[in-house]
Write a protein that binds this ligand. Structure first.
Ligand SMILES: *[C@@H]1O[C@H](CO)[C@@H](O)[C@H](O)[C@H]1NC(C)=O
Ligand SMILES: *[C@@H]1O[C@H](CO)[C@@H](O)[C@H](O)[C@H]1NC(C)=O
Ligand SMILES: *[C@@H]1O[C@H](CO)[C@@H](O)[C@H](O)[C@H]1NC(C)=O
Ligand SMILES: *[C@@H]1O[C@H](CO)[C@@H](O)[C@H](O)[C@H]1NC(C)=O
Ligand SMILES: *[C@@H]1O[C@H](CO)[C@@H](O)[C@H](O)[C@H]1NC(C)=O
Ligand SMILES: *[C@@H]1O[C@H](CO)[C@@H](O)[C@H](O)[C@H]1NC(C)=O
Length: 325
């Protein structure tokens, strides 16, 4: 039995290295757009939304029509002042959309804007309708990541810090801020509750299919936490993964999760190299995708599976990466 088994493994591996040629393509953003942070796909159309550095939410309508302006969260945003402004110093007048996720049934696009909190856009786009700027008396300082639980329509989102905004990220990192929160927008009563506090740079969130637990990345503390969503607050939690600088987390159809993170460069310890890791609900790494060939040491903020491909967002480039394997 054993020899047959090993022969099978050998042939399987050998063949798979032959057929699994990796390809990487770039979907360029429009000429004056840069810094896509997150991606929200429609169901079955290959169209997606992304928020960029100058405060716009763009919609990708396919290889011919490409990107169109879709929305924004800053009520006083002026195209002549804001369009084309870059990623290094986000401007509150322009807004900075980060996490976003579609509820497919209602076609509502939920958005976290670093300056304007948590809101929603209908299919017509335009100005984001603010849903919430504070929870339990504390304003959001850095609304960051969004996940919609499709069967219920409940929305989970994070405030990366209750003290430091997006323009004070360096300070938040240097003091190892741990005031981030996991929040829930309950679709039935339209109320926001704080599910979990004291997170250190809550940069990403994804909830499992059954809504039993959330995985939340803690960017500053280099860890990913599993938070059980049942029982009484504060919920039980455990640290399940320790990849450095974890950012957005996206669930796959098979109830695994893609985490955008980094690994330490063996040649130079201070250098972090971007990776996508597929993890299970217990944080165990099932697959690692090395993104250094296309991103060098630039960090990536999201890796999302759609169809058979991985779509990659990074605040430091002007394209969406499409990784095919
Ligand atoms: C930026 O690009 C968009 C679309 O290509 C265009 O409508 C807009 O006028 C441009 N803005 C500037 C300031 O170049
Ligand atoms: C938008 O502009 C109006 C009028 O100048 C001002 O009252 C309001 O505070 C501004 N809102 C924001 C969010 O900047
Ligand atoms: C957790 O957060 C609460 C409120 O945000 C704060 O009062 C408390 O001191 C924090 N606890 C720790 C251990 O940091
Ligand atoms: C997170 O990881 C990076 C890279 O290894 C390191 O420089 C940083 O000090 C770590 N942060 C914490 C809070 O351990
Ligand atoms: C990232 O790469 C650039 C050039 O490729 C290099 O100059 C820079 O020092 C690197 N950053 C770090 C933190 O190693
Ligand atoms: C995750 O951990 C739980 C409890 O330790 C275990 O029952 C379960 O099988 C694990 N799941 C996976 C996918 O490893």
């Amino acid at each position: 039995m054993a020899p047959i088994f090993f022969t099978f493994i050998f042939h399987f591996c050998f063949l798979s290295t032959l057929v699994s040629a990796i390809s990487f393509n770039q979907i360029q953003l429009p000429g004056n757009a840069t810094g896509p942070e997150a991606l929200a796909f429609e169901l079955g159309t290959s169209r997606f939304y992304t928020g960029i550095a100058d405060g716009r939410i763009l919609k990708y309508r396919g290889p011919i029509t490409r990107f169109v302006d879709f929305g924004f969260a800053a009520p006083n945003r002026s195209k002549s002042v804001c369009d084309g402004t870059s990623t290094s110093n986000p401007n509150p007048v322009c807004g900075r959309p980060l996490g976003m996720a579609l509820h497919h049934l209602t076609r509502r696009l939920y958005v976290c804007d670093a300056f304007f909190g948590f809101g929603v856009l209908g299919p017509e786009g335009g100005l984001v309708t603010q849903l919430s700027t504070a929870a339990e008396g504390e304003p959001y300082r850095f609304c960051n990541a969004v996940h919609v639980h499709q069967p219920t329509g409940n929305v989970y989102f994070t405030d990366a810090s209750a003290v430091y905004g997006i323009r004070e990220l360096e300070t938040a990192i240097s003091v190892q801020d741990s005031t981030g929160r996991l929040l829930k927008y309950d679709i039935k009563n339209k109320q926001v509750t704080v599910l979990f506090r004291n997170l250190s740079g809550a940069a990403g969130v994804a909830v499992d299919k059954e809504e039993k637990f959330a995985l939340v990345s803690e960017f500053i503390a280099n860890r990913t936490r599993k938070i059980w969503l049942q029982g009484h607050r504060p919920y039980r939690s455990e640290i399940v993964n320790s990849m450095p600088t974890p950012d957005n987390i996206k669930r796959t159809i098979l109830n695994n999760f893609w985490l955008a993170a980094a690994r330490v460069d063996r040649r130079m310890q201070s250098n972090l190299l971007p990776v996508g890791v597929r993890i299970n609900g217990n944080g165990s790494v099932l697959e690692t995708v090395n993104l250094e060939p296309w991103y060098g040491n630039k960090s990536v903020s999201e890796v999302q599976e759609y169809g058979s491909k991985l779509y990659i967002a990074s605040r430091l480039v002007a394209f969406i990466g499409v990784y095919n394997h």
